[in-house]
Design a protein around this ligand. Structure first.
Ligand code: AVJ
Length: 318
């Protein structure tokens, strides 16, 4: 079988420390990476099918239309690293054109990663698949040796938007270090647009995004002996024009105390846990961010309605 697995999943103690630190903040906050336990990854897959959630289908349309040009830019027989691979839906569109020698999907959701990696390895038996379970929002290890050259990276879905811009820059710099001078990064970036389109994309009529958001409380109850009652909180997502970002929150319906890992956290009515930011960029300001991180922009592909963009970036020489 052409698939191997590398486990650098965050340790329970790390998850505990980070969640407790976030709940102790004056404005309670829990990083979005904790959405992605097994049920959360499945809910996210369901979000990608929603009529209101345009990013996934729009990006796949761009990958299908320009896949050949992207493969040209990244080169063939590369060692391809995909960050936040999830169900590896998008990469399949590219692999046909790209034909990498090695494919390294990186995801924080272990079971989801393994299942996607095995089915992908079966579909592409000539590609060596090295599945790496890791938290890419922090410095992490990759199953790479010096001989693994040339390298390219793929970061779809506008997951770069979940970082604060300064953290996005640091993250891109780390990716650049993996790639080395001249290495290419293909990255999906959701574009700034009308507030009503954005609002519906994160407040779908079926309530799947709300379930995805509330699932975080169920996960904390299961993994950190929490006493959250999900019915005592509600989902809130809105566009913050000042910071050009969608914000997701879990809002307390009433004053309440919640236990997590033996610690008590007090919520007043209307107080929230900030669970995600999704920054929306203009093409120029994303280019500026990439340049600060040591990348030059080679190509940009968008859909006709300019809803979403895929950027071909090259790591500058040192
Ligand atoms: C794919 C992680 C970028 O921010 O749009 C979807 C996650 N959050 N609906 C995004 C998400 C709410 C998504 N990312």
């Amino acid at each position: 079988m052409n698939v191997s697995f590398f486990d650098d999943h965050p340790k329970p103690a790390d998850i505990r420390a980070e969640v407790l630190r976030g709940l102790a903040l004056p404005e309670k906050r829990i990083p979005p990476k904790f959405f992605y336990d097994e049920p959360g990854s499945r809910l996210f897959d369901a979000i990608c099918e929603l009529p209101e959630y345009y990013p996934t289908r729009t990006e796949i349309g761009i990958l299908r239309q320009y896949g050949g040009e992207m493969a040209e830019l990244l080169g063939h027989d590369v060692v391809l690293i995909e960050l936040g691979s999830g169900s590896s839906l998008k990469i399949r569109t590219l692999l046909e054109a790209l034909r990498p020698r090695v494919y390294i999907p990186v995801d924080i959701s272990r079971e989801h990663l393994l299942r996607s990696a095995e089915s992908l390895a079966a579909a592409f038996p000539e590609i060596e698949v090295r599945a790496a379970c890791a938290d890419y929002s922090r410095p992490f290890h990759l199953p790479l040796s010096e001989a693994d050259q040339p390298r390219a990276a793929f970061f779809p879905g506008s997951s770069v938007g979940n970082f604060e811009p300064a953290d996005a820059e640091a993250f891109l710099r780390r990716v650049g270090d993996f790639l080395g001078p001249g290495g290419h990064l293909l990255i999906g970036v959701d574009l700034r647009k009308s507030e009503d389109i954005l609002h519906s994309a994160y407040n779908d009529a079926a309530g799947v995004t709300a379930a995805f958001n509330l699932n975080l409380l169920t996960r904390i109850n299961r993994e950190l002996e929490g006493s959250f009652d999900p019915a005592a909180f509600h989902h809130s997502a809105f566009f913050n024009p000042h910071d050009s970002r969608i914000e997701m929150h879990l809002v307390s319906n009433a004053p309440q105390d919640v236990l997590v890992a033996g610690e008590t956290f007090r919520f007043s009515e209307g107080e929230s846990i900030h669970t995600e930011c999704s920054y929306k960029y203009g093409i120029d300001d994303f280019h500026a961010l990439a340049r600060r991180a040591g990348f030059e922009s080679v190509r940009v592909w968008t859909d006709d309605a300019q809803l979403f963009s895929v950027h071909g970036l090259r790591r500058q020489e040192d």
